[in-house]
Unconditional design. Structure first.
Length: 116
């Protein structure tokens, strides 16, 4: 095999091995313990092209943990619906944050969300 062919094969192998598929998996969380009251956060000055996702109480290793607010890149035509806890019967259900299409906000549908 010539050096040229060896370099070409090496480049192809490196390029294909460097391609990584990214998937986000969200698991449903239902617990018997109500989340603590939300913390008061100081929201930083607005950043062009970004939306503020407020902090929330997550669930990890059998207890509530605080997750700080963060800036997330805006999606034109959508608004961010933040993470939240919903009381369902005697349990608490964690709702993941997601992008909601503005068209649904204006029409009051509440459907058409796109998970981040």
């Amino acid at each position: 095999m010539s050096i040229r062919n060896l370099l070409l094969c090496s480049t192809v192998i490196l390029a294909t091995s460097a391609t990584v598929a990214v998937a986000r998996v969200n698991f449903d969380v239902d617990v018997d313990v109500a989340p603590p009251p939300a913390r008061v956060e100081v929201v930083p000055e607005p950043r062009h092209g970004y939306a503020w996702a407020p902090g929330y109480w997550g669930w990890e290793d059998g207890e509530h943990i605080w997750v700080n607010g963060r800036w997330i890149e805006e999606r034109p035509g959508y608004y961010w619906v933040p993470e939240r806890w919903e009381h369902r019967g005697e349990r608490w259900h964690f709702g993941h944050g997601y992008w909601e299409h503005r068209e649904h906000e204006e029409h009051g549908h509440g459907h058409g969300h796109d998970r981040d």
